[in-house]
Write a protein that binds this ligand. Structure first.
Ligand code: ATP
Ligand code: MG
Length: 559
């Protein structure tokens, strides 16, 4: 997909209905949405839902979606996150065009609006510290207590606020609060903090400011400045909506955006809070923010998820207003069904055991021309070599077969995918009794079909790689990071549910010759094994390294 044909969701939802009505009634003549990340971490699959909703709705209605950094807290924000977020949104296939904004670009205007509220007697400088403010806030059943500083004069408030701005006071010594209602049943309306003192440079506006607006004081006003028609956020902001509207009502802002909430994405077998993701990275329980087991977009991208599969997933889960859990198997299935269509097939032996075909000529090499995709002739063909020594997967052989085992056993026969039927005539063992090599014989007449020369049908078909043509590769088999569907259940340390087998590294895999110069972007189906792509970071330095994106089938469904 190119950036000028952006993705449009095909499924209907309640937000689309609202916008449709607003356009029909003439309330709005066009649609402007925004995706507003705070640049204090990397994006995860939950953010992808929000991105697909905001960009998807704008695209559907021929409007536009802004990328806006909600950068009001320099203590936690970094340029690195800004760059990564931009990269992830583009990678998902969305284009903000010229509409890249920073809440911090409005700091001057927001400051003037704060002074306006002071002049109207609707804001005051608070000298109580954070703990005292909290103690005076009251509870859900009890009203809060008004601050002794609540009735300062306008002149005194202006003077103190300007001195806060000029950097005269240390961090945390004073804040600016709105004067609303300490008895409001909505805690957000009990004189919320508007500005705090932070002596820290800001990643976007440098060290100009010593005071910074709170999220609530910045968000709605920034929506208004940008001309956002539908400000779409997750349900936890529902209780902030009266405050969002209070600012718009009490400031000289002619334009009125509206806030709509939807349920956030909760995904099983993972954690999504930025704080927990950060902790996993910092404690080195994963290898960085782009660890392929993480639900971060950088992680999913590195693992091999396609943007199309993530958009498709977001489409499938829909948009609603009630909190629900989505099983991670739905995400896995969306990448499987995408790659089933698009991934070329190859053969790779992950746990190799050598097979010598005793009756095959020593010096012969046959070239088999094999389709890259069984249903898609347009994907072309490749050459696979066959010779006297091949690798097969250790798991495809059993010396003493269990019931129902239809692959290779001593004296038994098996069909090599695209190749001959072979019969195992003997095993070579190491001193410790483990099998080191298999001796086989092939049936020269059995290249086509699955019948032996005398017409017996062979049940098992296995993959293989010619030993003298194989390329050695490292393969990383990723599995779910947590072994419990809900590790983040509160009360229990989520880290105790980490899956000890979330990655298995196989260093001596044998892959077919055609993969020697595979490019980094191509995703492959390793026949019978799963979907893989080269690790974009380590494949450059460490020879061929493949990441397993997904197994061929849902192996957790059985567990
Ligand atoms: P987290 O809770 O993971 O730390 P956040 O909400 O603090 O994330 P923001 O940068 O503020 O992260 O999020 C940007 C946008 O993405 C917000 O509009 C937020 O509602 C939305 N968003 C965040 N998490 C999810 C989620 N799990 N599902 C859907 N939307 C989400
Ligand atoms: Mg947030």
């Amino acid at each position: 997909m190119t950036t000028n044909e952006q993705s449009v969701s095909t499924t209907n939802n309640f937000l689309r209905t609202i916008i449709d009505e607003d356009l029909k009634s003439g309330k709005h003549s066009g649609v402007v949405t925004r995706f507003p990340p705070e640049p204090n971490g990397y994006l995860h699959i939950g953010h992808a839902k929000s991105i697909c909703i905001n960009f998807g709705l704008a695209n559907y209605f021929g409007g536009r979606c802004h990328l806006r950094f909600d950068d009001t807290n320099p203590a936690k924000e970094e340029q690195e996150y800004i760059d990564s977020i931009k990269g992830s949104v583009s990678w998902l296939g969305f284009d903000w065009g010229t509409h890249l904004y920073y809440a911090s670009d409005n700091f001057e205007q927001l400051y003037l609006w704060a002074e306006y509220l002071i002049e109207q007697g609707k804001a005051y400088v608070e000298d109580l510290n954070a703990e005292q403010i909290r103690a005076n806030r009251g509870t859900l059943t009890e009203a809060g207590t008004e601050s002794p500083f609540r009735n300062r004069t306008v002149a005194e408030n202006i003077e103190l606020f300007r001195r806060m701005k000029s950097g005269e006071f240390p961090d945390g010594s004073r804040v600016l609060r709105a004067k609303i209602d300490m008895a409001s049943p909505n805690m957000n309306m009990r004189d919320p903090v508007l500005y705090r003192i932070i002596h820290a440079p800001h990643p976007h506006v440098g060290d100009k400011w010593k005071i910074y607006p709170m999220y609530d004081f910045a968000h709605g006003q920034t929506d208004a400045i940008e001309g956002i028609t539908h400000s779409i956020c997750t349900l936890e902001f529902e209780s902030h909506k009266p405050l969002y509207e209070w600012f718009l009502d009490n400031l000289p802002i002619p334009y009125r955006p509206r806030q709509y909430e939807f349920a956030r994405l909760n995904l099983t077998y993972t954690v999504m809070s930025k704080r927990k993701l950060q902790e996993l990275v910092q404690l080195k329980l994963v290898n960085g923010w782009d660890d392929p087991r993480l639900p971060t977009l950088e992680g999913l991208r590195r693992r091999g998820y396609t943007p199309a599969s993530i958009r498709d997933f977001c489409d499938q889960i829909g948009v609603g207003r009630s909190d629900s859990w989505i099983d991670v198997s739905i995400l896995e299935e969306s990448v499987r069904s995408d790659l089933n269509e698009s991934a070329p097939r190859v053969m790779a032996v992950l746990k190799p055991i050598k097979v010598t075909i005793k009756n095959y000529p020593d010096d012969l090499v046959e070239d088999f021309e094999i389709a890259n995709h069984p249903q898609k002739p347009e994907m072309g063909i490749r050459t696979v070599h066959f010779s006297r020594e091949i690798w097969i997967d250790r798991d495809d052989f059993m010396e003493i077969p269990s019931k129902g085992f239809h692959r290779l056993t001593v004296g038994g026969e098996v069909k090599l995918r695209f190749g001959y039927i072979i019969t195992c005539t003997g095993v070579v063992k190491n001193d410790d009794g483990t099998v080191s090599e298999l001796h086989c014989e092939y049936d020269p007449a059995s290249r086509e079909g699955i019948h032996t020369a005398d017409g017996r049908k062979v049940k098992g078909v296995i993959h293989w790689v010619s030993a003298s043509h194989a390329v050695t590769a490292e393969v990383r088999l990723f599995d779910r990071l947590f072994s419990d569907p809900n590790p983040d259940r509160g009360g229990i340390d989520y880290k105790q549910f980490l899956n000890p087998d979330s990655v298995e590294i196989l260093r001596d895999c044998k892959v077919e010759w055609s993969l020697a110069d595979a490019d980094l972007e191509t995703r492959y189906q390793f026949e019978r094994t799963g979907y893989f792509r080269q690790d974009p970071k380590d494949s450059r330095t460490a020879g061929l390294v493949f990441n397993r994106i997904a197994t061929l089938r849902d192996v957790w469904a059985k567990k």
